[in-house]
Write a protein that binds this ligand. Structure first.
Ligand code: PMP
Length: 424
């Protein structure tokens, strides 16, 4: 069947609300490690997908999933041993007092639950997010999402604050931090004046969807302090930054002296199997549980547990956190060399195996090069390398391969990007 026919069938039966990547959408039939194969047999180097973070169809994850699925797969209101073992193993990777895990199936459900917990505990409704955020697709997250086109204003209990980026300021880091911390103070005051008060600050501490801004030192700690003083909780969304992605740490928030109250997990947790959750201190989970039942039919099934354990085993045994750090350094150096030769690349930011390359038309004015970013992403796809773009102006290349990305993959990616940039 031709791609065009499949597209037509998809459109007819699924509508248009769930968009596809690329000017010419890609029909995939197989994944293995960092490689994907399309319906015509062409192979693509995957430099985009963080969900299959230990590699597409990793044999150990697939075997664990199949073995458990063939033995017992039941909803979550029975006692099963593996899920407890998994929760113990996972929570052991967090600092005290984050020692309890509630299971969900998606990042959206995790953030939804975290918001519910924060509102329950504080008795308040107000939430602060970044002004280019995406935390999920439930009603209460969609209403505060600013990274997708929206027709309605933000609801009255939500404030969206801009996130500082050193690449986008002429002034000093100190002055930048001061100015942007003040915006959070204003947001808190405004929620208090409006009678909502502050329940939580919900952020991804890497600000992945925002384009991994270069934060001025001290900004996040000062923001966290303000939130605490106002009695709000800090929710760290680790859906993108977590599970060893940044190389330095298992969790993105650990790069800062921050102690989040609630940590939300998803995507890479199950390497493609819908496994997600919220981590918090036991007292917090128990207090919520005394007043609310949280039942999630599939969240924490025996198969989810088997998959989650296999993912943790692979991260440990294949030393993927170290790999992210080592190959990430090579990737950063290579991107830096490309930036010297191609002035279109204005800035390279990120760490581990997650980089943002901001494209600008002019190094002085830093006018966003959105059209060029789109052309590059599509031309890379034609040459067999998958990346994407992020940011409010769609001008930031998003470079985020599975963690099994090695030196050869890195060099192949850099050579292809070099040749696409040269031919633009
Ligand atoms: N949080 C962040 C930071 C995300 O980027 C996303 C999805 N892109 C989500 C939450 C939502 O996760 P899910 O699609 O699994 O619901």
């Amino acid at each position: 069947m031709s791609e065009a026919t499949l597209l037509q069938r998809r459109h007819r039966v699924m509508g248009d609300a769930s968009p596809l990547f690329y000017d010419q959408p890609l029909e995939l039939v197989k994944g293995e490690g960092v490689w994907l194969t399309d319906a015509g047999g062409k192979r693509y180097l995957d430099v985009y997908n963080n969900v299959p973070s230990v590699g597409h169809c990793h044999p150990r994850v697939v075997a664990a999933m199949a073995e458990q699925a063939a033995n017992l797969n039941i909803h979550t209101r029975y006692l099963t041993e593996r899920i407890v073992t998994y929760a113990e193993r996972l929570t052991a990777t967090f600092a005290e007092p984050l020692d309890s895990l509630m299971f969900t199936c998606t990042g959206s459900e995790s953030n939804e639950l975290a918001l519910r917990m924060a509102r329950f505990e504080t008795g308040r409704m107000g939430v602060i997010v970044s002004d280019y955020n995406y935390h999920g697709n439930t009603a209460s997250l969609a209403e505060l999402a600013t990274a997708l086109p929206r027709s309605e204003p933000l609801p009255p209990h939500v404030r969206a604050v801009p996130i500082p980026c050193l690449y986008h300021t002429q002034g000093s880091a100190e002055e930048l931090a001061e100015r942007y911390v003040a915006k959070v103070a204003e947001a808190i005051a405004s929620l208090q004046e409006a009678g909502f008060g502050l329940a939580a600050l919900l952020i991804d501490t890497l600000f992945a969807n925002e384009g991994i801004p270069r934060l001025p030192a001290g900004y996040l700690e000062r923001v966290a302090r303000l939130v605490r003083e106002a009695g709000g909780l800090l929710i760290a969304d680790e859906v993108q930054a977590g599970f060893a992605r940044t190389g330095e740490h298992m969790w993105g928030h650990q790069a800062h002296p921050l102690e989040p109250d609630l940590v939300t997990l998803g995507k890479p947790m199950g390497n493609g199997f819908p496994l997600a959750g919220v981590v918090a201190a036991r007292e917090r989970v128990e207090a919520f549980g005394r007043r609310h039942l949280y039942f999630n039919t599939y969240g924490g099934s025996p198969v989810a547990a088997a998959v989650g354990l296999a993912v943790l085993d692979v991260i440990r045994d294949e030393q993927l956190q170290d790999n992210a750090l080592r190959v990430g350094a090579r990737l950063e150096a290579g991107l830096g060399r490309l930036a010297e030769r191609h002035p279109l690349i204005g800035d390279v930011r990120g760490k581990g195996l997650f980089f943002a390359a901001e494209l600008v038309l002019d190094g002085q004015s830093r006018e966003p090069a959105g059209t060029e970013a789109r052309r590059i992403v599509n031309q890379m796809r034609e040459r067999g390398v998958l990346i994407s773009k992020i940011g409010a102006h769609d001008n930031i290349l998003k470079i985020r391969p599975p963690l099994v990305f090695n030196d050869d993959h890195c060099d192949y990616f850099l050579d292809t990007l070099d040749s696409v940039l040269t031919g633009l």
